[in-house]
Write a protein that binds this ligand. Sequence first.
Ligand SMILES: [Zn+2]
Length: 150
Amino acid sequence: MQDMFENAKRVASTAVERAAWEADKVRRASARQREIDLLKRERSAVIEQLAGVLLDLNRRGELTQAPLQAIASRLQALDGDISHGDSEITAIRNETFVPGTISINVQRKDDPNALTSTSSHSSGHLACPSCGRSVRRSAAFCSACGAKLK
Ligand SMILES: [Zn+2]
């Protein structure tokens, strides 16, 4: 009887100890995770700064290394796409309702024409007229060579 009691006590204290150990493990991992998240945020900020320096050097024609020029072109293309997208959003938000311009049809999901009446921008890719690489149809600039597409 005494042995059983001692045994139960030992099992219980091991369980308590294990729970504390698990909690400590979780606590340490998440503390470390928070530190890493901060480091990643700082890293992004440094990269953002680097991008600014690159774009600036490129604008002044002082970027001579081809790999850096390529990165600057891609950055410029992405920035162009972002600001183009931003102005598209502004344009969409400023659209006013004109009755009778949208046809509302109940269409089947697999109807190939389902989207054509509601979306004028079809998805997909086009070939860049400058470098021939595949670019998003909605892109304002080529993401490979930076050529203006619109
Ligand atoms: Zn191109």
